[in-house]
Each structure stands twice: as C-alpha cells, then as structure tokens.
Ligand binder design. Structure first.
Ligand SMILES: Nc1nc2c(ncn2[C@@H]2O[C@H](COP(=O)(O)OP(=O)(O)O)[C@@H](O)[C@H]2O)c(=O)[nH]1
Ligand SMILES: [Mg+2]
Length: 257
C-alpha cells in the first residue's frame, strides 16, 4: 500500500533532521512491503526549518518538503492529506513523542480493513506515558468533557499520532473547520457521528518539554470548538454516512466497545 506520513512542523530546526532520518530508516527497515511518502508540512517557520526540510527532500527520495502560506497545524494536515493519493494517511509530531515502534500497529487496522481511522492513545490502561502533571490533568479533564458531552467512546482525541484511510480522509477532512489544534477532535467526532470505525490504540509516549502549544489558550479554543460542534450536531447535520466508503459499503454506526 502507499502510505503517507505527514510531519507538521513549526520552527523545528533542532529536531527536524534527526527525526526525519529516523522515520526514513524505520520504514525502510520495518515496513518493506509498503511504499512511503514522508511529507514535512511547514507553515510559518521563521528559523532554518525550510532550508533543512528542502535539504532532506533532496537527500531522501521518499521525503517531500511543503511550505504552506498560513499558520495552523490543522490547516497543514488538511492540505497535505487532501493532496495525497496514498491509500493511508498518517501523521506524527516531529519530536517523536510517540514511539515509532508503535507505528506498524497504528496502520495495521487500516491495512487489514478493520477500521477507517486509527488513533494513538495516552489514556488507555495499557498506554505508557511520561508527561508533566499539568498536561496529564488537562488531558484527562478534556477527555471526560468529551465523553460526557458527545457520548463518544474516544478517550484521547488530541494525541499527535493518527492514521486514516484515503477514503475516510476525502470524505471527512473537507468538513473540518478548525485549522489549529481542535482539528483532531473535530475530525474524530465527525467520523464517529457518520459511522466511520475509529480504533484507539495504547501507545508509548514520552513528552518533549519543548512545546509549541500555549496550553491555556489551546484548552480554551478546544472548549469553544466543542461548543460549536455541539450546536452543529444539534441542528442534525452530519448524522449519517452518505456515501459508500469502500468495497465494504457504508459502515454501521459505532457501538460501545
Ligand atoms: N505545520 C505546523 N506544525 C505545527 C504548528 N504548530 C505546531 N506544529 C507541530 O505540531 C507538532 C506538535 O507540536 P508540539 O509543540 O510538540 O505539541 P505538544 O507535544 O502537544 O506539546 C510538532 O511537530 C510541531 O512542530 C503549526 O502552526 N503548523
Ligand atoms: Mg510534542
């Protein structure tokens, strides 16, 4: 299968070279039966990220560097995923907080047609997570709000380690309005609402202290996002799958696990 790995970046000159080289080596060694395109999605970097990104795209034939005009991690992901004709799209943070060894497990449900979207999770009993107390609390509180207000079975909507089939991406991503951090939650709630199968997998996660996230502002934006989506869902939009997604046809709505 053709698999896209998107790595969104904002001012990541320190980590970019080592991380992309690790990803390239990993897929060449461990996932030999698939073809990979690794896309560095940069919008807004003002350091040497563009120079390093272009150099990496010359060094490795599987790597592409893409500069997007406006800022926003969600905008970058939407643009790359919609432009790709890969069978499976995925993304991971450049700090590789999620263990690369978990990547084959992430794409497996999609490769075997068991799910439409697969997400790494730091909030399952089997997850192994090293991160600061503050972010752990915020993440758990957000997860609880999400589950209570949307009756979702998804626990960790915001983990930077996700994959989706091309068909799911083409159907769902154009519906996502958020261009920043809420993009992930919006994608997943829209997916679940429309009967796509989301599989959540425990992963190993080691937080990098060098973060681009303004935690309080992002938490506030995410709550606003939930409020907006709740209103949209109440109006009855996005209540069922309208198209056949694959040879298997429309998926039944998700039930509890
Ligand atoms: N393209 C793009 N990437 C971004 C933007 N903001 C953050 N990122 C990237 O998103 C990923 C996750 O960011 P990070 O700061 O590690 O988030 P944290 O792990 O939640 O603290 C990293 O690869 C960042 O470089 C943005 O505005 N545009
Ligand atoms: Mg990080």
């Amino acid at each position: 299968m053709r698999i896209n790995i998107t790595v969104p970046v904002l001012n990541e000159e320190d980590k970019l070279e080592a991380s992309i080289s690790r990803v390239v080596r990993f897929v060449e060694e461990h996932l030999t039966t698939h073809q990979f395109e690794i896309v560095i999605a940069d919008n807004g970097s003002s350091d040497h990220t563009p120079v390093i990104g272009r150099e990496l795209s010359r060094r490795y034939h599987s790597v592409k560097y893409l500069r997007i005009g406006e800022r926003g991690r969600g905008r970058a992901l939407s643009q790359v995923w919609l432009a790709s004709d890969a069978d499976i799209m995925s993304y991971m943070d450049v700090d590789l907080s999620s263990d690369l060894e978990d990547f084959p497990r992430l794409i497996q449900p999609l490769v075997y047609g068991r799910a439409d979207i697969a997400i790494g999770s730091r909030l399952l009993p089997e997850s192994t997570v090293t991160r600061c107390f503050r972010r752990e609390i915020i993440s758990r509180a957000y997860s609880t709000i999400l589950r209570v207000t949307f009756r979702t079975i998804i626990r960790d909507a915001q983990c930077g380690f996700k994959a989706a089939t091309g068909a799911a991406v083409r159907h769902l991503v154009p519906q996502v309005e958020d261009c920043s951090w809420f993009w992930d939650t919006e994608l997943l709630l829209l997916a679940e609402r429309q009967g796509f199968r989301v599989e959540e997998l425990p992963i190993r996660w080691v937080e990098s202290m060098d973060s681009r996230v303004a935690i309080v502002q992002t938490a506030r934006d995410n709550l606003h996002g939930l409020y907006r989506l709740r209103k949209t869902f109440r109006r009855g939009q996005f209540s069922s799958v309208t198209t056949s997604l694959s040879a298997g046809g429309p998926r039944p709505p998700l039930a509890g696990r």
